[in-house]
Design a binder for this molecule. Structure first.
Ligand code: 5GP
Ligand code: MN
Length: 323
């Protein structure tokens, strides 16, 4: 631990801009607010702005979540612009404007597909989460608020400390964060497991209409645009559906699509032991991790599933050859 230190990048820096990826998830929000609160607590002489697309209500208990700026309307230039939990520059949406005009850029990430797009890239693909990476960069006081945010990020990207990306170090860090007196049970229940009535309805519907294929080794389900309107939901209401598909007995690879525009889908891929879904997502222009990845696809559901299936089959065939 502590190969890098955030302090080393702050010499002479007066204005910092920060952002995470579009459609921010728990790790994105946790790593961003964790670092934001840390900088505000320990470097009060530096002005920090945090940019994110609107975050889910369940994350709004985190300190300073009300200071997050949701648009890139203001003309600002930063001495340092920090991008968190992002594998590629096309994942920061309109905030690229601040990245491009900043004097120096820093990327803090854990995606194996990271393209090293910043001036300095601190990328640990074997770390569970961007929040874990952030923790290892800090050597000053970690407040209760920073601890809440980083713990939340770790919980979300590890599926509550269970995915293969969870290491002994992850558990040690989670323990250190818990020792700050954070409400860890509530963070897990209220932000990870708890679902609203409509979230449960859409989950139920997605499971009911899921389709097993490839001898039961793969499963997919789709949520169409008209269902978004019918249930009055947004994409963050679909969190957890792909994880539920993944744990179907016998399934190695789960695919979940939701329609973002006519003939356009956001694809989430998850696997258990064999398939490297980051390779598949990268092949289709996206990215992610070995066991969790995603991309945006164009075409009919039939086309999208067919194209993904081909790539899955190729990996299964290679697996067979290696036996
Ligand atoms: P999810 O399926 O939860 O949206 O994403 C799973 C993982 O894949 C996350 O780490 C996320 O950052 C990454 N990912 C999802 N969609 C995309 C995408 O369109 N492009 C890239 N580069 N990564 C993605
Ligand atoms: Mn992450």
């Amino acid at each position: 631990m502590q190969e890098y230190n955030i302090n080393n990048y702050l010499d002479g820096v007066k204005k910092i801009g920060m952002c995470g990826h579009i459609r921010p998830d728990g790790d994105c929000v946790g790593s961003c607010l964790g670092l934001y609160t840390y900088l505000k607590n320990n470097y009060s002489e530096i002005d920090v702005d945090l940019y994110l697309e609107p975050i889910a209500d369940k994350f709004k208990f985190l300190k300073y979540s009300d200071e997050i700026i949701n648009n890139a309307d203001a003309d600002k230039e930063y001495d340092l612009f920090i991008v968190l939990d992002c594998s590629a520059i096309d994942r920061i949406g309109e905030f690229a404007k601040y990245f491009n005009s900043a004097s120096k850029t820093l990327c803090i990430d854990h995606h194996v597909s990271n393209t090293e797009f910043a001036d300095v890239n601190i990328v640990y693909p074997d770390y569970s989460s961007a929040s874990e990476v952030v923790f290892t960069l800090l050597d000053r006081e970690i407040s209760y608020d920073t601890a809440c945010a980083l713990y939340l990020g770790i919980i979300h990207d590890t599926g509550v400390l269970k995915y293969q990306s969870t290491s002994a170090q992850t558990m040690e860090i989670a323990g250190k964060l818990m020792s700050k007196g954070i409400p860890f049970t509530d963070i897990i229940d209220d932000t990870f497991y708890s679902k609203t009535y409509v979230q449960n309805q859409i989950l139920g519907r997605a499971l009911l209409e899921s389709v097993l294929f490839y001898d039961g080794k793969c499963i997919f389900s789709v949520v169409k645009k008209d269902e978004f309107e019918f249930y009055n939901i947004s994409s963050s209401d679909l969190d957890g559906i792909v994880e539920q598909l993944r744990i179907t007995k016998g399934v190695e690879c789960a695919i979940f699509l939701y329609e973002t525009a006519p003939l356009e889908y956001k694809v989430s891929l998850r696997s258990k032991d064999l398939i490297d879904v980051s390779k598949i997502a990268t092949y289709f222009g996206g990215g992610g991790h070995k066991r969790a990845a995603g991309f945006c696809a164009k075409g009919t559901v039939y086309d999208v599933i067919n194209n993904i299936s081909e790539q899955i089959e190729l990996q299964f065939e290679k697996e067979q050859d290696n036996i």
